[in-house]
Ligand binder design. Structure first.
Ligand code: 3PG
Ligand code: MG
Length: 347
């Protein structure tokens, strides 16, 4: 794999540096539900401060707002970052997705972001699969370098593309189905076993466009409505009561998925098995997290909710690499070039 040049090579002393981070953390009622991505951004920011950058302008997207939306203002994230790195050379810009032209990768938007700054460091691995003005176009406006997190992610994930120790088990789940189905198609071929839970499993049950078999749930925790306190019961995966929703994998499926994972030597896991943010529908995701942690091999977890499950259970240290990228890690493992990486000159 081609590695982009590192921020460690950048002449940062007395320079004004634009840093694109992925601070797209889960928010609940305006509170940060998991700060993994904020903490992961620190090493690069600390390096820039230590090496004498005169100004560090951090930018990130947050959520998927359509234009300006107060619910997605960057303030809570900026405040937390400010607690962790208190240095008045550092400031955080408002949500990049409030900018007209950001998601269109508009060069004019990139020029505005770069205005008055000398260098660009991309440390937003989680957004590297997006060709947006703050991840791609801007790398053509300022001299561009890769941040420490971005590089560490590439190095750890690349190991899964080499000769892995088998069995190699891939576990996929989550709700952003449209983001994942395409990459699952390609990635699944590398694995010995592909386990699918969460909302994605329902689509594959109705129509499996993959040319390999996948392990799907056999039972689910079904709920009468999409609500935290909804009436719920365990039901067969393919025979839910009329109008009910499967919000987690059931106990039989938890046991089977857990056993398949524990038998692996290499695991890549992306996406929760259910509505993990609601305690009553979190058991399946927890079971997978515990099984991954129990593997004595190379284990990689990616994607906001799966990472959150691992960290809430205090299992971070039991996993070889906790990736800050969901879609980005999937696309990388598919063998796709990530636009945010490709835009940075080579090492
Ligand atoms: C993510 O959380 O997947 C990344 O931050 C990218 O966000 P996006 O999927 O909304 O582009
Ligand atoms: Mg995503």
């Amino acid at each position: 794999m081609r590695l982009p040049r590192s921020v460690e090579e950048a002449p940062v002393k007395s320079k004004r540096v634009l840093v694109r981070c992925d601070l797209n953390v889960p928010l609940e009622d305006g509170r940060i539900a998991d700060e993994t991505r904020i903490r992961a951004a620190l090493p690069t920011l600390e390096l820039l401060l230590e090496r004498g950058a005169s100004e560090i302008v951090v930018c990130s997207h947050l959520g998927r707002p359509k234009g300006h939306d107060p619910a997605f203002e960057v303030a809570p994230v900026a405040a937390r970052l400010g607690d962790l790195v208190s240095d008045d050379r550092l400031r955080v810009l408002e949500n990049t997705r409030f900018l007209h032209g950001e998601t269109e990768n508009d060069p004019e938007t990139a020029r505005q972001l770069a205005d008055g700054l000398d260098l660009y460091v991309n440390d937003a691995f989680g957004s590297a699969h997006r060709a947006h003005a703050s991840t791609e176009a801007v790398a053509h406006v300022l001299p561009a370098y890769a941040g420490l997190l971005l590089l560490a992610e590439l190095e750890h994930l690349e190991r899964l593309l080499e000769d892995v120790e088998r069995p190699f088990v891939l576990v996929a789940g989550g709700a952003k189905v449209e983001d994942k189905l395409g990459v699952l198609k390609e990635l699944g071929g590398r694995a010995d076993t592909v386990i699918v839970g969460g909302k994605m499993a329902e689509e594959l049950r109705d129509e499996n466009p993959l040319d390999f078999a996948v392990e799907l749930p056999s039972d689910v925790v079904a709920a009468a409505s999409f609500a935290e306190d909804a009436e719920s019961r365990v039901a067969p995966f393919d025979d839910l009561p009329q109008g009910w929703l499967g919000l987690d994998i059931g106990p039989e499926t938890r046991a089977r998925f857990g056993e398949l994972v524990r038998g692996a030597s290499t695991v890549f896991w992306n996406g929760p098995m259910g509505v993990f943010e609601w305690e009553r529908f979190a058991e399946g995701t927890k079971a997978v997290a515990e099984a991954v942690a129990a593997v004595d091999g190379y284990t990689v977890v990616g994607g906001g909710d799966s990472v959150r499950a691992v960290s809430e259970l205090g299992l971070d240290d039991e996993v070889s690499w906790v990736s800050t990228g969901g879609g980005a890690s999937l696309e990388l493992l598919e063998g796709k070039e990530l636009p945010g990486v490709a835009a940075i000159p080579s090492a």
